[in-house]
Design a protein around this ligand. Structure first.
Ligand SMILES: O=C(O)CCC(=O)C(=O)O
Ligand SMILES: [Fe+2]
Length: 395
């Protein structure tokens, strides 16, 4: 009965909600209904509507995907951190060397003095977490009818992770649907617009520096990506009753070229290095930058797209804003000719980016993935030298 009082009249998911309530606490929740519920409404709504006090089995990860599973359970000592590069303090060869070392040894680094106005960054962080605290109806206004594959989508994140997400296409203009961008909290849409254009400028600046750090012509990597696709994902990780059972984002590498992330001060992002998970400690005013699979391929393996994940906590919601900079889907990506010679043969074949993405999502993140998502796309890329067709997909 309590379930019915908590549902809304004319709610298309009334039966899902009632059913979930009925079976809440039971060992096996109905998979299809919770999938639909999760995709459309997300984790926060479930926790709040049903006053969830224990993790529904739907969100319980297999033991080998959990946070404390040996052999890679330990988080390295507090001194061990991804590099932090101050873009104002360093210049010239010193800056290029710092970038080269970070991309080669870690695939992850933080940047300080990145040039984004601090007021803009603060507004973006504040309004993003305010967005997720709004009533469900307000958040659901941001989904297009195409839902997950549409240009703007709010809902639960993939893989039954303990995460909600607002995903927005930001470029090129032909795939942007500003009319679905959030109107509340007040000013958020304008903030997002400005933030996304500043992020795109920063991506280009970083890719130029990264090209130079590889000894390539400054514009090489930008040109190699054609008319880039830029997607922003605002992730929200509600507190979880038992974070040892769940994952905020399961271990993965990013399939795109470069990712820029603004995280709040809660923490939870971890990178995998030498068989250990290492916390990426939040630094005030910093952005976290990571090498994606396409940069690993373009650099002919000189730079690494690093496995990373987000762990949940039981204290506090965490919000992060990821900007993914990708090649155009029709782009053919392969090792830069300037990095290939007799001593250093190409270790990856050329591939149409759309085909890479298709393989990544079906193989790496699909329900039957066998390798935990770890550079699965790159492995496929290595194995098959025969991608010829370009398919049209939205991610
Ligand atoms: O929330 C984070 O810290 C990381 C998110 C992430 O890895 C992703 O969106 O691909
Ligand atoms: Fe990621």
């Amino acid at each position: 009965m309590a379930a019915m009082t908590m549902t809304r009249p004319n709610d298309p998911f009334t039966s899902d909600i009632a059913r979930f309530h009925e079976v809440k606490g039971a060992k096996d929740e109905p998979f299809a209904e919770l999938t639909r519920y999760h995709e459309v409404r997300g984790v926060r709504e479930m926790v709040e509507s049903f006053r969830v006090r224990e993790v529904p089995s739907y969100y319980v990860k297999p033991v080998n995907e959990r946070r404390f599973t040996p052999p890679s359970a330990a988080v390295l000592s507090m001194e061990q951190q991804i590099p932090c590069i101050d873009l104002e303090a360093l210049s010239g060869q010193e800056l290029l060397s710092a970038i080269a070392n970070a991309c080669r040894d870690w695939g992850f680094f933080q940047v300080l003095n990145h040039g984004l106005p601090s007021q803009l960054v603060q507004n973006m962080a504040k309004q993003s977490s305010e967005f997720f605290a709004q009533p469900l109806e307000e958040k659901m206004k941001c989904s297009t009818p195409a839902r997950v594959s549409g240009p703007v989508h709010f809902g639960g994140g993939g893989n039954r992770d303990w995460r909600d997400v607002l995903k927005l296409n930001c470029a090129p203009a032909s795939i942007v649907a500003k009319e679905y961008w959030p109107q509340r909290p007040a000013g958020f849409r304008d903030t997002m617009e400005e933030y996304s254009s500043q992020q795109q400028a920063l991506a280009i600046r970083l890719l130029k520096l990264i090209s130079e750090s590889l000894g390539l012509e400054s514009n090489y990597l930008v040109a190699a990506c054609g008319e880039p696709k830029v997607v922003m994902a605002i992730n929200h990780y509600p507190p979880c009753p038992d974070p040892s059972l769940t994952m905020g984002i399961k271990a993965h590498s990013d399939p795109n070229t470069i990712t820029m992330l603004l995280q709040d001060d809660v923490g939870g992002l971890q990178v995998f290095k030498e068989d250990r998970w290492i916390d990426v400690r939040p630094l005030p005013n910093a952005l976290v930058i990571n090498v994606g699979d396409q940069l690993q391929i373009l650099s002919n393996g000189k730079y690494s797209s690093c496995l990373h994940r987000v762990v949940n906590n039981n204290r506090q919601a965490r919000t992060s804003i990821a900007t993914f900079f990708s090649p155009a889907h029709a782009c053919i990506i392969g090792p830069a000719p300037g990095l290939v010679d007799e001593v250093n043969p190409a270790i990856y074949p050329n591939i149409v980016y759309a085909d890479y993405i298709k393989a990544f999502y079906t193989q790496a993140l699909g329900p039957n993935n066998k390798n935990g998502g770890y550079l699965a796309g790159i492995e496929l890329h290595r194995r098959y030298n025969c991608y010829t067709s370009s398919s049209s997909i939205s991610s």
